[in-house]
Design a protein around this ligand. Structure first.
Ligand code: NAG
Ligand code: NAG
Ligand code: NAG
Ligand code: NAG
Ligand code: NAG
Ligand code: NAG
Ligand code: NAG
Length: 351
């Protein structure tokens, strides 16, 4: 058995070694079997709920190599719809909801037995014109938000592990973003969306999700204070999503301490957090050296989550450079040819 396992491990490693421009460093891994086990398997073995990825339907429908990887639950235990559940697609006209695209993603996760993170109720971008260009009174906007979140979350009732109910409500300095929702209601659209989501699916964990909160700073403090305040007012809130769109060579130096802060807050007020949209952009040319730096950066971020029990899982914002939204940054863990990069080993090491 042992010999067979070792041979299998070798066979799986071999194509990677040949394809990689970098000398494989799997000798330094905790055992090459963990590389073979897969990212979700390693995450779960280390006490997390999942390792997951965002995806769009055309990627797994049209690309069987991609499809086989995303279907492999040893790699991915959780799926986020990259675009399919955003407002412009789900309610293109007032009160006219369409879930066909979202349902395709839901069906993939359901068939594979993968968790789903719903994505998202309220975000100031990718809005249909009727909202983006409209002017609304306070009550009209509260009704619009409640109806959208309630209907969207209700459609997927019982099927979502969690929902990003609010995305990017804060400016970089920590103040509220003056978007179309805020301009009509002030910050009141936030509790309205969360309450409507809870009423529509009492079992889904409700998250506030944002970027630029990976290290300590004013925005990080502001989101922690916002969540603390919502919680103290009895507003349903279960988690904070740390997007983690990051750049090689520019990780916040206090990222690990910051994750500890989130863990302490979570333990104190009873919320969890997660890495929800991770990728690691490379600036400049891709060399063997920079791919090793990218691997180390992935390891650092995953390890920061690993170290804190309140961090429940890690999602990458697609797993391959072939489809990642960063088209020139080689930010993902599989390359354009759907081969594992050194970054893959960084994730394994982080867990
Ligand atoms: C992936 O899984 C889906 C859902 O079960 C299935 O329809 C599809 O054919 C699978 N793709 C591949 C490449 O195995
Ligand atoms: C709803 O939107 C779809 C397109 O998404 C359109 O075909 C349909 O006519 C719309 N229905 C109403 C009642 O607006
Ligand atoms: C939040 O906004 C970012 C844009 O910075 C986008 O990439 C992402 O899809 C959004 N996430 C959610 C959960 O809506
Ligand atoms: C909404 O505004 C955008 C520009 O902000 C414009 O391109 C679009 O045509 C407008 N749509 C409507 C229906 O007015
Ligand atoms: C919101 O209000 C601010 C300040 O009046 C304005 O600058 C901004 O354009 C408004 N945004 C939207 C989306 O209406
Ligand atoms: C953070 O906020 C404080 C005031 O609360 C301000 O003095 C400081 O400049 C801010 N820092 C940044 C980086 O914006
Ligand atoms: C990137 O590669 C190109 C082509 O090999 C080279 O001309 C350029 O100087 C490189 N840039 C950097 C910053 O190394």
């Amino acid at each position: 058995m042992l010999v067979l396992a070792q041979l299998t491990a070798l066979a799986l490693l071999l194509p990677y070694c040949l394809a990689s421009p970098v000398a494989s460093s799997s000798a330094s891994l905790p055992g090459s079997t963990s590389r073979v086990a897969g990212l979700n398997a390693v995450a779960k073995a280390s006490g997390k709920l999942y390792f997951g990825t965002a995806t769009n339907a055309n990627e797994f429908q049209d690309d069987p190599v991609y499809g086989a990887i995303i279907n492999d639950t040893r790699q991915f235990g959780q799926i986020s719809p990259a675009n399919a559940m955003k407002w412009e697609f789900t309610e293109p006209n007032p009160g006219n909801f369409t879930f066909e695209d979202g349902d395709i993603i839901r069906d993939l996760a359901r068939n594979n037995g993968q968790l789903l993170r719903g994505h998202n109720c309220v975000w100031y971008m990718q809005l249909p014109d009727w909202i983006a260009n409209g002017t609304f009174t306070y009550h009209e906007m509260i009704n619009i938000v409640e109806n959208h979140c309630g209907t969207l979350v209700g459609h997927y009732k019982g099927e979502m592990y969690s929902w990003d109910v609010i995305n990017e409500s804060l400016n970089d300095d920590g103040s509220f973003r003056e978007n179309v929702f805020f301009n009509a209601t002030g910050p009141d659209y936030i509790p309205a969306a969360l309450r409507a989501a809870r009423a529509a699916d009492p079992h889904a964990k409700l998250y506030i999700n944002d970027y630029g909160i990976e290290g300590r700073g004013n925005k990080t403090t502001a989101i922690q204070n916002l969540v603390r305040k919502l919680k103290s007012e009895g507003v349903p809130i279960d988690g904070i999503g740390i997007q983690s769109h990051l750049t090689v060579g520019q990780l916040p130096t206090d990222l690990a301490e910051n994750f500890q802060d989130f863990g302490r807050l979570g333990a104190e007020i009873g919320i969890e957090f997660a890495i929800t949209e991770m990728d690691m952009r490379i600036l400049g040319n891709v060399t063997a050296e920079v791919l090793e730096q990218q691997k180390a950066a992935y390891e650092t971020v995953v390890d920061a989550c690993h170290a804190v029990p309140e961090c429940v899982g890690v999602t990458v914002w697609d797993f391959t450079d072939k489809y990642g939204w960063i088209t020139d940054g080689h930010a993902d863990i599989w390359d354009d040819d759907l081969q594992k990069k050194p970054a893959y080993d960084g994730v394994v090491l982080g867990f």
